[in-house]
Design a protein around this ligand. Sequence first.
Ligand code: TMP
Length: 236
Amino acid sequence: MEKKRELYRGKAKSVYETDDPNHYIMLFRDDTSAFNGKKIEQLDRKGRTNNHFNFFIMKKLEEAGIPVHVEELLSDTECLVKKLEMVPVECVVRNVSAGSIYKRYGVKEGLDLNPPTFEFFLKSDALDDPMVNDSHIVSFGWGTQEDIDTMRNLSYKINEVLKDLFDKAGLILVDYKLEFGKYNGQLILGDEFSPDGCRLWDKETRKKLDKDRFRQGLGGVIEAYEEVARRIGCPL
Ligand code: TMP
């Protein structure tokens, strides 16, 4: 597969065109950003760690019957993905209160959320990713009610698979963000799943092992990502 022009450069990943019109190459860079790009640093080994992590998780989800865009690991920092037409929303599932939810609703950090909450956010750096509901998505034409139901159902199904996978590794899956897109008319999981887009705490100590270490300046960011990978059996 020949890598062609860079089509899109996000805050941590780049997407390249290939000689196949149905596939892209997704490149994980070492760039690490927080607070909508206000804090940016290069962290050694991050691109490599997240690429392997994402591939491992996507394949686990595929084995569990979730349609995913990731097809093949091409190098330490690149993977081959299906070309999707993305729905411009982010789906966030929370099992435990942390981050924006406890600030927004005044609840304490660390509360078990049962059933887990599900939220949509508009993917827009310019607008700071505002929360949106079903009605906004349908009325603005970002997706149909059927798309909404599919994204919600798949997000909850993914929760069952991943909560269990991390639990067996002594980790709590606190929350995470997913993005979906269409391939031949079918909604499938796109983007990535890595410690950049989820919160993971050690079950015993509640030590944070995700991007909150970067956001909060706690240090040991990549070491934490590597520890999670090792615990779930993901080769790096
Ligand atoms: P939040 O607490 O900031 O709303 O984030 C909830 C989870 O979703 C957290 O694990 C981070 C992830 N997330 C992203 O990775 N990118 C985003 O743009 C948003 C809104 C959330």
